[in-house]
Design a protein around this ligand. Structure first.
Ligand SMILES: Cc1cc2nc3c(=O)[nH]c(=O)nc-3n(C[C@H](O)[C@H](O)[C@H](O)COP(=O)(O)OP(=O)(O)OC[C@H]3O[C@@H](n4cnc5c(N)ncnc54)[C@H](O)[C@@H]3O)c2cc1C
Length: 385
């Protein structure tokens, strides 16, 4: 049986970031991946342009039981370090929004750069790890019936969303086996089905605001055949939804005042015509329920009810159905950070066992935060394993 210093399970973003560090340190490294090629989610990321990092990366942009856990790794490997890494690999970047970096050379160029750093590691594809054991001071990792042996292992198996790219729950199973808790996993950075909107609104795109707790998120919303999507919904979906969400479909206009003004100026106008000055026609018609009365005939309570639905529509948590795991960019939940060192990513229960990237109960906001977490946690583990 071939002996390694470190075995990394998963050749994704975090696993390859760890491999690069370990190779630099002269460690004998084996990377095992169930798929046929490296970092498939990186290759698919950012619509093929890989949103590689975000200068705003900090605990407030991460979600899970303990978002402060990210501080340790991000203080060692921050967004500026990733920009330097890109420079070293001659990757051309551009900012889509201030501080939000994409790769102009495409996501495949990022995957190639990760591969260059990890050269020197033994990387085996189509190797599905299904068993890990610890015998005295050594880990035995079994993939496709073959045993591999090492002093440390890094679990970098990612999350279980977007299954078509090849995912598994093996990381959670390994964590449980060695005494770690798993925070229940759910889809995040995804669309939502809500009972209010039907398929008749599909295709409309507007600037909307969603309030989740005290936070207000403003971005584009897209109506789909099953509900709502787009960046503002994706960003809401990763947050704590236990108190529901409040949607403002026209955040720059107080619809109640606008309707009252219109009523005073010309009572003969139709309410959906007035609403259409502030909203797409289909939305205006939807909220006026095809009621053709003149605005003068509407009571203030009726106007208030319509305005509330547009500016302040609350959706209870039990009415929110997150779209499925298959279409979600990430999962929220995973291996609890409770018994993991935030400085090294090593288990406090089982020395030599490390967890990095999305397999942990750390979910980042939309905007490059998840890859930043994968790079930071992966590298930190690679510096310590
Ligand atoms: C479509 C899409 C677009 C995205 N775009 C962005 C973006 O632009 N910016 C951003 O920050 N984030 C983005 N994300 C999220 C980001 O890609 C992930 O959070 C990140 O890749 C997680 O890195 P990871 O290394 O933890 O897991 P992954 O990159 O998922 O890697 C896990 C690896 O483990 C392997 N594996 C799993 N189980 C086993 C096993 N049993 N045996 C062997 N190998 C195994 C898998 O094959 C995989 O290669 C996107 C995600 C998706 C799905």
């Amino acid at each position: 049986m071939k002996q390694y210093d470190v075995i990394i399970i998963g050749a994704g973003a975090a696993g390859l970031a760890a491999a690069g560090e370990l190779v630099t340190r002269g460690r004998r490294v084996l990377v095992l991946d169930m798929g046929a090629s490296p970092a498939r989610k990186v290759a698919a990321s950012g619509g093929g342009k890989c949103n590689i990092t975000n200068m705003a990366a900090g605990a407030t942009r991460y979600f899970g039981k303990n978002p402060n856990f990210v501080r340790g790794a991000l203080s060692r490997v921050g967004p500026t370090d990733i920009l330097k890494w890109c420079e070293r690999h001659k990757l051309k970047l551009y900012e889509k929004e201030p501080g939000r970096y994409f790769c102009a050379d495409g996501a495949d160029a990022v995957v190639d750069a990760l591969g260059r750093d990890a050269m020197g590691a033994d990387i085996k594809f189509n190797h599905n790890v299904n068993n890990v054991n610890k015998r005295s001071e050594e880990f035995i990792v079994v993939a496709n019936g073959t045993e591999f042996c090492s002093k440390s292992i890094i679990v970098a198996t990612g999350g279980i969303s977007f299954g078509t790219l090849g995912v598994s729950d093996t990381g959670y199973k390994i964590a449980k086996q060695f005494g770690h808790e798993i925070v229940p996993v759910r889809p995040a950075l995804c669309a939502m089905a809500v009972p209010i909107f039907g398929a008749d609104m599909a295709g409309i795109s507007i600037k909307a605001e969603i309030s989740v707790g005290r936070e207000k998120i403003r971005d584009n919303m897209l109506f789909t055949h099953f509900g709502i999507g787009g960046p503002v919904v994706y960003r809401a979906s990763v947050r704590d939804l236990s108190n529901g969400i409040t949607i403002n479909l026209c955040p720059d206009c107080d619809i109640f005042s606008a309707l009252k003004d219109a009523k005073q100026k010309n009572g003969k106008r139709n309410i959906s015509t007035i609403l259409a000055e502030h909203l797409p026609v289909r939305i205006a018609k939807y909220f006026s329920h095809a009621d053709t009365r003149n605005i003068a005939d509407w009571r203030d309570t009726e106007i208030r009810a319509i305005a509330n639905n547009i500016n302040n529509m609350h959706i209870d948590t039990h009415d929110i159905k997150l779209h499925n795991l298959q279409s979600a960019e990430i999962v929220r939940g995973g291996v609890s950070t409770d018994n993991i060192s935030s400085k090294t990513m090593e288990s406090k229960i089982c020395p030599g066992l490390f967890f990095v990237g999305e397999v942990l109960d750390i979910a980042g906001d939309l905007g490059g935060f998840n890859l930043q977490w994968a790079w930071a946690s992966g590298r930190v583990a690679g510096q310590n394993a």
